[in-house]
Design a protein around this ligand. Sequence first.
Ligand code: HEC
Ligand code: HEC
Length: 443
Amino acid sequence: MRGWLLAVLAAGLSAQDIPKAWDPHAVAGRLTMERPSPKFISADDYYKIPERVIYKTYPVYRPDKEPQNYIPFLSSQNPEIVFNPDAIKSEFDWLQAGEAVFNSAADATSLTPDDLRNPEVWKRFHLQVDEEGALPGWRYVIRKRAKIELAPTLCGSCHEGVANGVTYAGVPGKWRASALYATDLRRRLNSIRDREAAERRELDRQFGLFSVPWQSPEPAAWMAQLAIGELWSAYDAVRVGTAVRPGASLLFPPIIPDLIGVQERTLLGATGWFRHESLADLIRFAVLESGFDEGAPPPAERLSDAQAYALALFLYSLKAPKNPNRLDKFAKKGQAIFEREGCASCHPGPRYTTGKAIPPDGDDPRLTVRTRRGTGLFRIPSLRNIWYREPLEHNGMLTTIEDWFDPVRFRDDYSPRPVKGHAFGMKLSYEERQALAAYLRTL
Ligand code: HEC
Ligand code: HEC
């Protein structure tokens, strides 16, 4: 257990110590970009929304790994509520409660347990299981007797992934969550009688997610001309390892960051748009991430103060999987290259980042210039735990570490688009590039 957490908990928790999960003025004060005042939901309206009910969830398996009679077993289960603040007594209880929130079921998907018997579905959404055959980011949930729902999880749908064959909270997910989101929306619209009006409403809602009203020309203007089919294609084209967020663009969605080590980062988001200096800041960022960001209609349920608090404590407690890569002779060669090339001026150990954000220099600047999350800067990412974090770059444009240091990415015909920034270590031989990557994988 980390010292600070013990200190927080030893202080003796009472309800008064738990920060308010939602405080729009405090959140506005954490934004680092220059912009007009944000239009967040008011605290009054937030607290009028019913609290999230956190039900027990069950793992989803690939059909060949599923325990015998699993689905019949699930249908005989009763709904069970697993988050109960009165039952939380110890620090361990808080972390477990936070984990339950992190992995709680979000809205049910239109996919059914039967759809998961179809290998095409696995291919389409790029679903991959861990060693036990369980699917990260997904759970079955029983919210009503005898009704099994399949649901991506509240946070783990993007922030749970596999390393060393094992599922870890915090490791970025690698399945196509945005394609599923579009599939679910499309199916819902298809079932509405006045479909044309519903499609228009949906396109308006989408425009609101990404609009930057204080910029001219409006960066989301292209969406006003969109046919609904083009909207689905845009979601389908979102790259594995990145995710669409309100306030970022649908065309250049940000990389899903590693949440392990988040307690050491003062700037959150690829553009460093949110200042994180305390647990209360992380709590409010988590509320934004739970569906309350500006421009999105509020969800039907909200995190309670205790739920958001438990969630933030859980994020602070995440530990990295054991790194299987050793600092052998070849990796040491890479270390010498890292030192020789001056990488440490921006990526100094032990965190391998200065923690600052800097202006783009040749990188595609659109995420940080033409979106509501634009600060004009990109955060210098930590290089810790990069071994399980590929793809890389703020838009996830580079599939491997080796690709960062391969000059072909500068070429105009590089697919899907050239990546011209970060011109460091670009004059290395093939072998040096491999050695540098081998070193980075040990960090
Ligand atoms: C649909 C995918 C998705 C879901 C669901 C999601 N996140 Fe995120 N999260 C992201 C992406 C993408 C970013 C990067 C945003 C950016 O760069 O501006 C991010 C950023 C973060 C960060 C900042 C980390 C950093 O170093 O920048 C935290 C903390 C976080 N999310 C926590 C959560 C929590 C807690 C939940 C559940 C309440 C959640 N997220 C749900 C995709 C998701
Ligand atoms: C002037 C500061 C600076 C220097 C010097 C620098 N970097 Fe970076 N590095 C950055 C920034 C900023 C990013 C994020 C760029 C982006 O996402 O567009 C980055 C990203 C990376 C990434 C991708 C990380 C991820 O999570 O996506 C790797 C790997 C990396 N740098 C390695 C190196 C190495 C190796 C060197 C030396 C050869 C180096 N950097 C030199 C600023 C720097």
